[in-house]
Structures are given as structure tokens and as C-alpha cells.
Design a protein around this ligand. Structure first.
Ligand code: NAD
Length: 471
């Protein structure tokens, strides 16, 4: 496979939207470019005493809103092109879901599986230190989050290092999101990207016309689904899709894939992998030694949730899914996307579909700045009001509401209820915004991705114009 330049792929897709936009070329050029990139190398002392030099990057794609926001990944293929592309996707993603941030992304070129916990802690703390030195991190500057190969643990090391290095910053906890709850995290953030993928897929399946066009019935119920990657995003997406009525027929990890057309229980597969060390050998399922083959399995919905450039011109002809739900960033190359569109498939674009993570990161950031848990001030008040309303209804009708029903109806919302509800609202609204744009250009067979770019670019261009930077 020829080397695919990821940032070029993003910009190829950007350019497809340009013909439909009224903005002057200067403003479009400003939006398209990546504003700043920081490349740093630093030494890591391995546990055995050997010293290794690591490469790390942070890209801030757009400063039209501050702070900038985007994950930090640990993977061997991290490079400048990749972080710039991912930072650009973050800019568009934030605009689509109305999260008031610019886009950023960072990464360390490292295979996390080959390093001990202590080594990873040293890497994370050193990288954070380097970011502080160059003002590439801060609650109002640039706010990282988890991504491929990182999670709440790494975010905890980041916030602790930031706290240690900065003086009297009352908002220090807002310097990073995706933290553990006791470190200022918000309930629901870990599951947020996967849950958002589920909300997006479910919403797309609700439009009977769109489903008919690809030969499917309305609704998620009973649809056959293949998921690539059982990490944070893939696992949660698979779990919530299964709970929402989808049938998980295929699951892929880096060591191989499994297939059972009758469906598999996601939790049982995860348990099996934990116990045996491999996804392969799951009872009742067929093993596929070549993991990539999972993408070609017969199914209605394919959810690539691992890495970029998974569906390319090399395998696009063999993809059977009618709906490709881009849970990962950039899993379909621009040319392969065109080929799928021609075949009549629906692609739910990454910059919309996996925006649940940044949406809930935004909620976490707001929580950190307000220094109060969501629902703390209102939960009991709402509960009391609900009870009073129910009592009034009981008195007026002479009928009693049963104890358990009373508890369910009157319950005031917890933090997680509010977070999940805000996420659901965002994913549904944003899908409808994009779909409406696509409907305007239905005759031209506009892909949802182009509609998503139009939606994002319009919002960013308006923001630049409001700033008075462009006439
Ligand atoms: P993760 O590290 O938790 O999980 C990735 C999983 O993919 C791992 O289990 C890994 O073993 C597996 N994998 C690697 N190579 C594979 C292969 N060739 N075939 C099958 N599986 C393979 O990472 P994540 O946070 O779930 O991120 C996955 C994707 O989602 C990335 O593209 C990331 O940028 C994107 N994303 C993540 C978030 C987030 O909140 N974590 C938000 C938006 C987008």
C-alpha cells in the first residue's frame, strides 16, 4: 500500500466542500492550514538503565476559539503529518457539535504495550513538562484528552505534572480532560465517544428513506454489525449498539478477528480475551487470522474503531457493509470514500460520529472551571418539585402512584444523567444539521462528509468574520 498522507486526505475532503461555500479564498485558506506544530525529542531512561530518545508532537490547527482541544496518542505511527491531520479533524469536529474550542492533537511515537507503567509515567510527565515550557498546554491555551493508547491514567499524570509546575492556578484541573473522577473527571467521559457513536448510528438508522436507499429497514434493531478495535471507543460503541438492538457478528483486534453470523455477546468476548490473551478461539465463532479481513465480512454496519487508513483503494471493492460508521479518525481514505459513495453506501463521517468524546470533554472542562459537580445544586430541588407535582396529581385524581414508580419519576438528575443527556441531544441535533445540508444537495448525491465540512467551515468562517479578521 502506497504511503497515505493523512493531512492531505483531510484537505482533499475539505476541498470537496469549497465549491458549495460563499467565503473568500483567504478565509478558506486560513481555516484549512495548521496554525502551529511543536516537535520535541526527549530522552527516556528505560527500567534497565538504557536511554532511548523519543519523538513527540503537538499540533494546534486553529485558534479561532480558545483553548484548542484534542487527544494525545501513543502509537508507533505517530508523526507530524498525522497529528496535523487529527488536529484539523478536531477543529471541524468541535464546530459541528458546537463545542467552543479550536482543534489540536498530540502524540508520542511509542508502542505503549512494550513499556512498563513506570516508563509510561516518565514519558507522560516529561512530555507534559515540554508542553508547559512552550505554552502548548493550559486551561485557556490547549487542553489534551485521551486517544489511541492513552486513558484516564495518563491524563492523571498530566494534571499532576501541570499542578506541580504551575503556581496558584485555581483552574489547573481544566488543563486536561478524560481524568479519573477524583482528579476532576466527569462521570460518563470514559464511555462518551462510544456512546456518541451509538447515538449517531441509531439516529442515522431512524430515517426510513435513507435506509431504503441502501436496502435496509428503518431502525437499529436487528442490524448486523462488525466492529474493528476493542479499545475504549470500539468496546463502548459495540456494547451500546448491542444494548440498542444491533447484532454484533464480527469483532477485530490486532491479533485477529472473530465472526459469528448469529451474533456474539461483547462482554463475553472481552472476558474471553482477558482470560486467554487473545480474541481468537471465542466459543461458537470462526477465527480470521488476518484481522483486516473483518472489514470485508457480510454485515449492515461496519464500525472501524482502531486507526486511520483502514479502508483504502486496496480493499474498498470487497467491503460489503451498507453503512460505514467512522468511530476512529480517518479510517476511510478520501478515494475509498468516493468509491463507497458510488457503490451507494452511507458513510457516517468521523468528524461527526466520534465527537461524543470532545463533547463530554467540554462538559468536564466546564465542571473544572465551575468547581462544582453537575446536578449538585439542583438535584434535590428538582426531586422536591417533582414530588409536589405528583402529590398534586394524586390529590386531584384520588389515585396513588406506586412507591417504585414515584421514585423513578421524581428522581432528580445525577451528574451522569445530565452528561449522557447532553451528549444524546448534541449527537441527534448535529446529525440533523448535517443531514439537512445533504438534503439540500440531494440531487448531486452529496456525501454526509461533504455536508459535515460545509456545516463546520460555515461556523468557523462566521467566527473569523465576527472577530473582524476578514471583511
Ligand atoms: P484505544 O487504544 O483505547 O483502542 C484502540 C484499539 O484498537 C486497541 O484495543 C488496539 O489493540 C486495537 N487495534 C490496533 N490495531 C488494530 C488492528 N489493526 N485491527 C484491529 N484492532 C486494532 O484507542 P481509542 O481511544 O479507542 O481510539 C480509537 C480511535 O478512535 C482512534 O482513531 C482515535 O483517534 C479515535 N477517537 C478516540 C476518542 C477517545 O475519546 N478515546 C475520541 C475520538 C476519536
Amino acid at each position: 500500500m502506497a504511503h497515505i498522507k493523512f493531512f492531505e486526505q483531510v484537505n482533499k475532503n475539505f476541498d470537496k466542500a469549497v465549491d458549495y461555500l460563499p467565503h473568500p479564498p483567504g478565509i478558506l485558506e486560513q481555516i484549512r492550514n495548521c496554525n502551529s506544530v511543536y516537535h520535541v525529542t526527549f530522552p527516556l531512561m528505560r527500567d534497565g538503565g538504557k536511554v532511548e530518545v523519543l519523538h513527540a508532537w503537538r499540533a494546534e490547527h486553529s485558534h479561532h476559539k480558545l483553548p484548542t482541544k484534542g487527544g494525545i496518542r501513543y502509537a508507533m505511527n505517530v508523526n507530524e503529518d498525522e497529528v496535523m491531520a487529527l488536529a484539523a479533524l478536531m477543529t471541524y469536529k468541535c464546530a459541528i457539535v458546537d463545542v467552543p474550542f479550536g482543534g489540536a492533537k498530540g502524540g508520542v511515537r511509542i508502542n505503549g504495550r512494550q513499556y512498563s507503567k513506570h516508563e509510561l509515567e516518565r514519558v507522560t510527565r516529561r512530555f507534559t513538562f515540554e508542553l508547559i515550557r512552550k505554552s502548548f498546554i493550559g486551561p485557556g491555551i490547549d487542553v489534551p484528552a485521551p486517544d489511541y493508547g492513552t486513558g484516564a491514567r495518563e491524563m492523571s499524570w498530566i494534571v499532576d505534572t501541570y499542578n506541580a509546575m504551575t503556581e496558584n492556578d485555581v483552574n489547573a484541573f481544566a488543563c486536561v480532560t478524560g481524568k479519573p473522577i477524583p482528579q476532576g473527571g466527569v462521570r460518563g467521559r470514559t464511555e462518551a465517544t462510544g456512546r456518541g457513536v451509538f447515538f449517531g448510528v441509531r439516529e442515522a438508522c431512524e430515517f426510513a428513506d435513507d435506509m431504503k436507499r441502501v436496502g435496509l429497514e428503518k431502525g437499529l434493531e436487528g442490524k448486523k454489525v462488525v466492529v474493528q478495535g476493542l479499545g475504549n471507543v470500539g468496546y463502548h460503541a459495540a456494547k451500546f449498539i448491542q444494548e440498542g438492538g444491533g447484532i454484533i457478528v464480527g469483532l477485530a483486534e490486532y491479533e485477529g478477528a472473530i465472526y459469528n453470523p448469529a451474533g456474539m455477546d461483547v462482554e463475553a468476548v472481552v472476558k474471553h480475551r482477558k482470560n486467554s490473551g487473545s480474541i481468537l478461539g471465542f466459543p461458537g465463532a470462526k477465527d480470521l487470522k488476518a484481522s483486516l479481513e473483518a472489514l470485508e465480512l457480510p454485515c449492515d454496519i461496519l464500525v472501524p474503531a482502531a486507526l486511520e487508513n483502514q479502508i483504502t483503494m486496496d480493499n474498498v471493492d470487497r467491503i460489503q457493509a451498507k453503512i460505514i460508521a467512522e468511530a476512529a479518525n480517518g479510517p476511510v481514505t478520501a478515494d475509498a470514500g468516493d468509491a463507497l459513495q458510488e457503490k451507494g453506501a452511507i458513510i457516517l463521517p468521523d468528524m461527526y460520529l466520534n465527537a461524543g468524546g470532545v463533547t463530554v470533554s467540554y462538559f468536564e472542562w466546564l465542571k473544572n472551571l465551575s468547581h462544582v459537580r453537575f446536578g449538585r445544586m439542583t438535584k434535590r430541588f428538582e426531586e422536591d418539585i417533582n414530588k409536589k407535582i405528583l402529590k398534586t396529581i394524586e390529590d386531584a385524581t384520588g389515585k396513588k402512584v406506586s412507591g417504585s414508580l414515584l421514585d423513578r419519576i421524581s428522581r432528580g438528575p445525577e451528574e451522569e444523567d445530565l452528561v449522557n443527556s447532553g451528549l444524546e441531544e448534541t449527537m441527534i441535533n448535529s446529525y440533523n444539521q448535517i443531514r439537512e445540508i445533504r438534503e439540500e444537495y440531494k440531487k448531486e448525491n452529496m456525501p454526509l462528509r461533504t455536508a459535515a465540512f460545509i456545516c463546520a467551515i460555515n461556523k468557523i468562517a462566521n467566527s473569523y468574520q465576527d472577530l473582524g479578521i476578514f471583511p
